[in-house]
Design a protein around this ligand. Sequence first.
Ligand code: BES
Ligand code: MN
Ligand code: ZN
Length: 498
Amino acid sequence: MATLSVYARQVSDAGSARTQCAVLPVFAGKQPTATARELDKVLGGSIKAALDLGDFSAEKGKTLLLPGNGAIKRVLLVGCGEARKFDRPVQIAFCEAIGRSLRDCKATDALVYAGELGLGEDDSEWLCDFLARSVVTGLYRYRQTLSKPAAQPALKRLTVNAGKALSTARAKAALEAGLATGLGVNTARELANLPGNICTPTYLAKEARKLGRRYPKLSVKVLSEKQMKELGMGSLLSVSAGSDQPAQLIVMEYKGGGKGAKPYALVGKGITFDSGGISLKPGAKMDEMKFDMGGAASVFGTVHALCELGLPVNAVAIVAAAENMPSGRATKPGDVVTSMAGKTIEILNTDAEGRLVLCDALTYLGRYKPAAVVDIATLTGACVVALGSHAAGLYANNDELADELLAAGTTAHDRAWRMPLWEDYQKQLASNFADLANIGGPEAGSVTAACFLARFAEDYRWAHLDIAGAAWNSSPKGATGRPVALLTRYLRDRAGKR
Ligand code: BES
Ligand code: MN
Ligand code: ZN
């Protein structure tokens, strides 16, 4: 993706600014501000004319692009609704509307008059962050496997006049954080959008090594199936057994904090295609199971954002990558495997494979003595039934960690909702032939999947995000890049505490 630069600038005289696109917030039923009047003068009255015609309602998220004059090539009016009701949801709609409009327009730079919004210091800072992220994610288009891809976006520079409430330094820092987050979101979307025949476990391993070469604070190692076998990862390897693509355990270590500082750990489910295995899935929408590495993609995206931000923390990110396929060598229902933790697992359904790769990755992580572990997985269809696509399902064995993640999700507008992890559900995983079964029956499928993982995460503070509903959209089809923004915000908050 072409690079975008962000700038914070105080503009005292809107009329004499020089930009390909001045972005002007407009509140419904409010007298034009000094900035609006100055821009209107440059345009010879066309802003006022457009408002008087009544075609532009200033409703939240509505936009109108006007041709400019002289050094101001265009003016984009963005509706903000009523000034008294300019709350977070409207602020989000404002930023996203700008992101959409700038993608579809040929302007190479934009100057956003965010100071017109009348926000206080903290809200202004939040808005700069979310605006930069919305613009950079708004510019993203999938291109890799199209013979005639959409043209690269024209926009190269985003300048924000944040107004008097926020210092230029803080505005700039917030814009850069939003930009880094957006780049991470786009990285996750691109990896998840790639088809399963390109984005294999081996491909993901290559992408990790690439990131490692690009960022000095990041070191990458990849464990082969042979190495995993030596470690006793019989659960993870049971998933790749039916595939011609070898599993890869990708380990990315980020060193931004002190030598002794315990790392924050991320673990991503990286099933590059989930056919269900011998418990084969029905055909409808099976193509969407290329997105079953959405958790892994979000780990890559978060690592990318973390490296861009250079946060002063230590982190370790693990991707458990495998392809789930049927074959003569595939694991069968009823098979019993031994996990790295020594627990035996009866595989009653080979389509419940995510937990099988994650449990060995969680055990492997124990050696890092992590400060906290968060796994991210497109784990269960049941989570989509429970929460739809708006919230990720959050499970945690520690209330403080759960609250930190919920707060990060709210701030980043990448939300999660806590689900129960009560002992009562554990008995659904009982097996006559192994220490536990890999499925818990028809009730509370997302909960029992989390309960399975919890059995392998007893030695540290751990949380699990079931992103089966959040990771991609079905129409139009495409990855969302969630929950990169939540995770990036979580790590920024941790970095801020020291
Ligand atoms: N990757 C799927 C979960 C999934 C399904 C995510 C549909 C998004 C949309 C997972 O591996 C799976 O197949 N889970 C099974 C578990 C069941 C066999 C206990 C499911 O949800 O049906
Ligand atoms: Mn499955
Ligand atoms: Zn799956």
